[in-house]
Design a protein around this ligand. Structure first.
Ligand code: PLP
Length: 394
C-alpha cells in the first residue's frame, strides 16, 4: 500500500462524498451545469465586499523592505492589534494584540489549537450535528472525538454534555451559528455551559478548554446576534476566519484569540505560536493579513442569503418538508421523510438536486442544503423537491 493505513481508511470512509461529487459532475455533463441544482458545498457565491477589493489593490501596490518577508509566526503586530480592537467591541472583553494569532483560515486555527492542547487520548466533545472535518482535525493531533446529540431544535443539551465529560476531556468544541443546522446558541445556554465547564474542571482537577469555532458569526438573520463566548467562560479560545463573512475561503485567512484571563495564557500563547510554525503554516498569508487589518467589521451584503433562505423555507414548507428555521450561516437541515437519508438524497439526485446526507454530519434522518447559491437554481429546484416528497406524503 502506497499511502498510510489511516489515510487509506479515511479515503474509503469519505468515498460516498466523492461519489456524490462524481455523480454531480456526471449530471452536469449530461444536462448542463445550469440544469443541475448543486446545494452540496458551503462555498460562498457572493462576491467579496467592495472594501475588500479596494484594500487588496492598495495593499498589493505597497512595497518596501520586508513586504514579502517572514514575520513573527503569530502574524504582524499591527494586524493583530486591529483584530484585537475589533474583538474587544464584539466580545465585551478587552483584548490586546498579544492574545491574537493570525492563522490559515478557521481550519488552520483549529489544527493549531488541537496541536497545542491535546495529549494522546485526550477527548474533544462536540454537539452533533457537527462540521465533519472535526473528526480529522482532532485525530491529526492524537485526540478522540466524542459527539453528543443536541435537542430536537439543535440547541445544546446541557445534561447530555455534562454526562459526556470525563477525566480525559480536554476540550469542548462548539460552532455557532452552526454548520449544518444554522442554530445559534443563546446567551443563557452559553452561560450554563460555562458553569458546567468550571464545575467539571474543578471536579477532575484539570482545565477543560472551550473552543468556539465561529466562521459564521456575522451571517445572521431576523435580528439574531451571536453571544460572546468570552463573557461566558475564561478558559476559552475563538477559532475563526474571514472565509464566509467576506467570501474569501480560498485566501486562507483567519485567527485564534485566547481569553485575556485564561489561567495558563502565556504558556498557551507560546504553544499556539510554535504549533502555527511547526504544522508548516509558518504564518498566515502576509498579503491577506495586511488586507483584513484594514477592513475590520466589513461583511458581505447578506440580503441575497436572506432572499435564498426565504425562498427555500417557503418552498420546502409548501412541499411538506419539516425543519428548524436557521438563525444564521447559510444552511438548512430538513428532516428526511424516511430514516435512510442516503437513499432520500439519491432520490433528489434523480431530480438533479445535489445535497448532503445528514449522517455525514452526525445527524442521520436529515439532509443539508447549502443556500450560498443563485436564486434561479433554488426556484428551478423546488418542483423536484416537491415531487420527491409527494411520494411520501401520499
Ligand atoms: N468550521 C466550520 C463550521 C466550517 O463550516 C468551515 C468551512 O466550511 C470551517 C470551520 C473551515 O473554515 P476555513 O475555510 O476558514 O478554514
Amino acid at each position: 500500500m502506497s499511502v498510510a493505513k489511516k489515510i487509506s481508511d479515511s479515503m474509503n470512509k469519505s468515498s460516498f462524498i466523492r461519489k456524490m461529487f462524481e455523480e454531480g459532475a456526471r449530471l452536469k455533463a449530461i444536462h448542463g451545469a445550469e440544469n443541475v441544482f448543486d446545494f452540496s458545498l458551503g462555498n460562498p457565491n457572493l462576491t467579496p465586499p467592495a472594501a475588500f477589493k479596494t484594500a487588496l489593490a492598495e495593499t498589493a501596490a505597497e512595497s518596501g523592505e520586508g513586504t514579502h518577508s517572514y514575520m513573527p509566526n503569530v502574524g504582524y503586530p499591527f494586524v493583530r492589534k486591529a483584530v484585537a480592537d475589533y474583538l474587544t467591541g464584539e466580545q465585551k472583553v478587552t483584548l490586546s494584540e498579544n492574545e491574537v494569532i493570525m492563522t490559515c483560515g478557521a481550519a488552520g486555527a483549529l489544527n493549531v489549537a488541537f496541536k497545542t492542547l491535546l495529549d494522546p487520548g485526550d477527548e474533544v466533545i462536540t454537539p452533533a450535528p457537527y462540521f465533519v472535518e472535526y473528526n480529522f482535525y482532532v485525530d491529526n493531533h492524537g485526540g478522540v472525538m466524542k459527539t453528543v446529540p443536541t435537542l430536537p431544535d439543535f440547541n445544546l443539551d446541557l445534561d447530555a454534555l455534562s454526562s459526556a465529560v470525563t477525566a480525559k476531556t480536554k476540550v469542548m468544541l462548539i460552532n455557532s451559528p452552526n454548520n449544518p443546522t444554522g442554530q445559534i446558541y443563546s446567551r443563557e445556554s452559553l452561560a450554563a455551559l460555562g458553569d458546567l465547564l468550571r464545575e467539571k474542571s474543578r471536579a477532575f482537577g484539570r482545565t477543560i478548554y472551550l473552543i468556539a469555532d465561529e466562521p459564521y458569526r456575522k451571517i445572521v438573520y431576523d435580528g439574531h446576534t451571536v453571544p460572546s463566548i468570552f463573557e461566558a467562560y475564561s478558559e476559552s479560545l475563538i477559532a475563526t476566519s474571514y472565509s464566509k463573512d467576506i467570501s474569501v475561503p480560498g485566501e486562507r485567512i483567519g485567527f485564534l484569540a485566547v481569553h485575556p484571563k485564561a489561567a495558563a495564557k502565556t504558556e498557551l500563547l507560546g504553544g499556539l505560536a510554535l504549533s502555527n510554525r511547526i504544522l508548516g503554516f509558518v504564518n498566515a498569508p502576509a498579503l491577506m493579513q495586511r488586507v483584513i487589518g484594514k477592513i475590520q467589521g466589513v461583511t458581505v451584503d447578506l440580503s441575497q442569503y436572506e432572499t435564498n433562505r426565504k425562498l427555500f423555507c417557503e418552498g420546502l414548507v409548501d412541499a411538506g418538508y419539516e425543519f428548524t428555521v436557521p438563525a444564521g450561516a447559510f444552511y438548512l437541515f430538513p428532516r428526511t421523510p424516511i430514516a435512510d437519508d442516503v437513499a432520500f438524497v439519491r432520490e433528489l439526485q434523480e431530480e438533479r438536486i445535489l445535497v448532503v446526507p445528514g449522517s455525514g454530519f452526525g445527524g442521520p434522518g436529515h439532509f443539508r442544503i447549502a443556500y450560498c447559491c443563485s436564486e434561479t437554481s433554488i426556484v428551478k429546484s423546488l418542483p423536484g423537491f416537491k415531487k420527491v416528497m409527494a411520494r411520501y406524503r401520499s
